[in-house]
Design a protein around this ligand. Sequence first.
Ligand code: PLP
Length: 446
Amino acid sequence: MLFDKLKENSKIPFHMPGHKRNTKLLGNEFPYNIDITEIDGFDNLHNPVDIIKDIEDKAKKIYSSDNSFILVNGSTVGILAGINCIVKENDTVLLTRNCHKSVYNAIELSKGKTEYIELPIDEYGIYGKIDISLFKQKICRLKPKLVVITSPTYEGVISDIDVICEIAHSYKIPVLLDAAHGAHIFDLPYKSKADIVIMSLHKTLPALTQCAVAHVNGDLVNSELFRIKLSVFETSSPSYVLMASIDNCFNFINGEYQNRFIEYKKSRDKLINECKNLNNLKLVVYDDVTKLNIFTGYCDISGIELAEILRNEFNIEVEMACENYVVLITTVCDDFNNYKKLSSALFKIDKRLKKSYFKKIDTINMPKKHCEIWEVGKRGYVDLDNSIGLTCAEYIWLYPPGSPIIVPGEVINEEIIAFIKNGFNRNLCIQSSRKKIKEKIYCEIV
Ligand SMILES: Cc1ncc(COP(=O)(O)O)c(C=O)c1O
């Protein structure tokens, strides 16, 4: 039974949700006796005027936004509403390739056109910051209806959002900032004034899974229309348990957070400093230092194997494991004793490892586009080997971190098929929206 399994789970969480199941810190009061529907006196998420509006006002203050909206269907619903609010058929959206699948789904629903800002990939195989001069060129040439960027990324890379917004705004083009991983960075939207900012509270703060918040700033986006679009995509039975959890999260930020943060920062920085002395494993941290990426490319182990050892021998669960690294999430809600356990585990593992030649991550070129995502015609399954030259009708991701290898409307080529086959041989987690990618690929049939 799932419930029993959840209760039994005692793994040390270096993963989401950000509350880290820390009931000592956050209490143990959720949920049956507070689970209600929209009865009298409890306001309405889709038209908040009272107690739910108060929660949104708290969000406005915390994030210095012009308008804030609490969300109970994750960042996903904010992204769907935000894009649908701006993009109409054949409007161009300028986005980075590492955008979350909800961004692609929203563009498909709105029948937008995709144009990409290519991202640099560093020696660890991780996407870097948006190149500002490239961004300038693209926006000047394409004059898109909307820019969508992800910052911070899963691994903690933060792009120069201020400059990006300044450039976009000089053309009166709005920016949707997917800061799903950045709810704990309170000055991010204020500094940037991105027009729409979407944040998953549940990822990095003490809020239950699915809790999120959206902000609409400035006058390039109609905040009333955004609310209407939210009602299209979000449940008509919003959970009061989740909304109360969002409220608690904001109260925590306004209350205990400051003191807790001081303690957290001290323990986290100590952990980071210790891990800098690892010999074979390598700690990589970017701008958002709450994310610890442990790189395995210099030694005889993969990220996936490292995650298994941490789980099976040390009872530690990571957020994400891929070929050459694992991602660990730290938050203010951690039990800081667990940092000692993590450090000790990493050093024990490190001692057993041997240096290897540097295992360079394979990267793949973006395929050519034949048509837009939503323009793909009659579709069917084709054997991988017979699909070269056909137009893809599904998403194929290397997961995590979830960037698409190919998007519907793009042309399947030999490199992609070789990458997929090779990836399965190396146990990479390759997923496709149609789930048959080991043998078949969903294509446009001509
Ligand atoms: C970059 C990014 N954006 C959006 C989302 C969607 O967030 P949620 O799970 O809160 O709907 C995710 C989820 O992992 C993400 O990584």
